[in-house]
Design a protein. Structure first.
Ligand code: GRF
Length: 197
């Protein structure tokens, strides 16, 4: 059974999908801790309700705004909890250095578009959906990929397409992509990685 550490920044609906998948879709991994870079992320409540240990590590308040110190503190917590695989579930902070090195090819991210479309620097939250509507694509979706030093650049593990409908707003589209794609492929992709070796 692999030990999973989940990093969040906000609502934590993808974390909730992982919690709910434990024992069914997610058979080979167990969430052992949740780390947030925001003290008021609702995802922390979701973790507490599921009796999962949590920790808040804020880049400015706890790490003096230093990205290397931020990465070091997160890495130290993952090691302390003996995490094998890290999942970024709505995690909005950029990190680098030690965490990427220590957990090379063992960090998974969910991105709300079909990479390589609408991804990269600054493309998070509603922005990928705004860009898809702006461009006028008929299909978008979600991508689960391994994390490397390039933002949204790691190996693609799984994707799921979602149709854009007439009159979609970014908020309506975001919700459909979460419900019909993110919450389905993230648990499946995490299980695939946990059961791989
Ligand atoms: C979602 O749009 C997800 O695709 C992106 O962050 C947003 C919030 O996710 N990665 P969550 O509800 O906090 O899981």
């Amino acid at each position: 059974m692999k030990r999973i550490g989940v990093l969040i920044s906000g609502g934590g609906t993808n974390l909730q999908a992982l919690i709910d998948a434990q024992g069914s879709v997610l058979k080979s991994g167990k969430i052992v801790c949740v780390c947030s870079n925001s003290a008021n992320a609702y995802g922390l409540e979701r973790a507490k309700k599921a009796d999962i240990p949590t920790k808040v590590i804020r880049k400015k308040a706890d790490c003096g705004g230093d990205i290397d110190e931020f990465s070091r503190q997160i890495c130290a917590y993952m090691k302390e909890m003996r995490v094998d695989i890290i999942v970024l579930a709505g995690f909005m902070a950029i990190f680098g250095g030690e965490l990427l090195k220590e957990y090379a090819d063992r960090i998974i991210n969910i991105h709300p578009s079909l990479i390589p479309s609408f991804c990269g620097e600054g493309m998070y939250g509603l922005k990928p959906h705004m860009a898809a509507l702006e461009y006028g694509v008929k299909v978008t979706g979600a991508t689960v990929h391994l994390v490397n030093e390039v933002v949204d650049g790691g190996r693609i593990l799984m994707q799921k397409a979602v149709y854009i409908e007439d009159g979609d707003t970014p908020e309506v589209l975001q919700k459909r992509v979460m419900e019909q794609a993110e919450w389905i492929i993230l648990p499946q992709a995490v299980e695939m990685v946990c059961s791989a070796d």
